[in-house]
Ligand binder design. Structure first.
Ligand code: LRH
Ligand code: MN
Length: 424
């Protein structure tokens, strides 16, 4: 479904007066406002190809209808999101859930929607039909060399798929681990995984990166062979300069200080980027900023401070991706809310008075430090995010336009109620 630009302009015209009032009020108090708006305009978040349909759990799945039944329709849906918010300009593909039938055709279609291809994701956590060796007891860690070989070859195949689309990075998330004490020799599993990753690393094109994603548990419930940032960092620091550690916000044990992990990985120059989502308990893959928006702000506060300390380009030097699953919300509405939450947290971090914060830290003025941080966090920066959207051709109110155009109803008319999108 292609979105007619005029409809966005009409909506913006009807919202302009209110927007201008709140924008002028906030912008008036910020000295480098134009630089901030430009940073927001440049900031693009990749949409996961596996999160455009209704997710589910082992207890049930409640489809909303009109889901994309193939990669072409997924690109259309991401194109629609990008037309609305001008901040979703990339796709992260998962192979084999979304193998491009014809890479050039797919690349052309994505180009028509002004979309690029971010990291490609391999999948050695499920057995595919006709697969020779099972990943039941792991893939790159597996005690059987033939299974490891199969998993290595799959990752190398995924790199080739990504090259054909113009992607520049491979994300490896391994479900590998154990469910019971005694099931696994941890060192052997680590060594097998490391040697397997070395073979995949060796197959990376010169200008590519490999992202090693860690996760505390699930689907294994006793040990995970890439279980936390330290284990991932052990791999990425030994593998070489093209290896980085990917932070999925939902992959931590309760109360982990993720912003501290982020600051240290950046200090080491080993932060790949993110799979943004939110969670209350486990890897819940909920809407970004829906449960703990303050944590998201604190993470962006470390990111902005760390990137500026290293002179990094905010928009291009780290991988900004969403990883979500939608059980009760419309997938596209959920993604629009997630992008908004990311842009708000980034903007709040950009208006932190870093000079005053540093001064407070240097005299242990903890009260002042909190005041400085929370002044930024408690500033309603939504008009700034909306302004950047409008200046780049997007909607001041993407969700309002999405609903007023009855996009889901139209997609159900076009695709029917029963189409099922591949993915989670
Ligand atoms: C694992 C994970 C990983 C993906 C999968 C879809 O929980 O976060 O990033 O491969 O979700
Ligand atoms: Mn993830």
């Amino acid at each position: 479904m292609l979105l007619n630009k005029r409809l966005i302009d009409d909506s913006n015209n009807s919202n302009l007066a209110t927007h201008k009032r709140s924008y002028d009020y906030i912008a008036g108090g910020i000295n480098n406002i134009e630089a901030i708006i430009q940073k927001l305009a440049d900031f693009q978040v990749a949409i996961p190809s596996w999160a455009l349909g209704t997710g589910g759990t082992r207890f049930g799945r409640f489809s909303g209808g009109g889901e994309p039944g193939n990669l072409e329709q997924k690109i259309e849906d991401i194109g629609l999101l990008h037309a609305l918010n001008q901040s979703s300009g990339a796709i992260s593909l998962h192979i084999p859930w979304d193998i491009p039938s014809n890479a050039d055709e797919i690349k052309k279609l994505a180009g028509m929607h002004d979309l690029k291809f971010d990291a490609v994701n391999s999948n050695t956590f499920q057995d595919q039909a006709g697969q020779q060796h099972s990943y039941k007891f792991g893939s790159l860690q597996h005690i059987d060399k033939a299974v490891r070989k199969q998993a290595i070859e799959h990752n190398i195949e995924v790199i080739k798929q990504g090259e054909a689309l113009g992607s520049k990075s491979l994300t490896v998330w391994l479900a590998d681990g154990s469910c019971f004490p005694g099931q696994l020799n941890f060192r052997k599993a680590w060594q097998n995984t490391y040697e397997s990753l070395q073979e995949i690393y060796a197959a990376l094109p010169a200008d590519w990166k490999i992202f090693v994603e860690y996760k505390a548990y699930e689907p294994n419930f006793y040990s995970t062979t890439v279980g936390d940032w330290g284990q991932s960092y052990l791999y990425t620091s030994k593998l070489g300069p093209k290896a980085y550690t990917l932070v999925d916000l939902g992959h931590h044990l309760p109360n982990a200080n993720i912003e501290q992990i982020v600051s240290l990985l950046m200090m080491e120059g080993k932060l790949a980027g993110f799979h943004f989502n939110d969670s209350k308990y486990g890897d819940d893959d909920l809407t970004v900023g829906s449960i703990n928006p303050y944590q998201l702000f604190l993470i962006f506060n470390e990111l902005v401070e760390g990137m500026d300390a290293k002179g990094m380009n905010h928009a291009s030097d780290l991988a900004w991706m969403i990883d979500a699953s939608h059980n009760v919300k419309d997938p596209l509405e959920d993604l629009l809310q997630s992008i908004e939450a990311i842009m708000i947290a980034y903007t709040q971090a950009l208006i932190v008075d870093t000079k005053a914060l540093k001064e407070a830290q240097e005299i242990n003025d903890t009260v002042a430090a909190q005041e400085i941080l929370q002044t930024a966090y408690r500033t309603d920066v939504r008009p700034l995010v909306a302004e950047a959207r409008m200046r780049t051709g997007g909607a001041l109110k993407p969700l309002q336009v999405f609903r007023s155009l009855q996009v889901r109803e139209q997609l159900i008319k076009e695709r029917g109620q029963a189409t099922v999108a591949t993915g989670l």
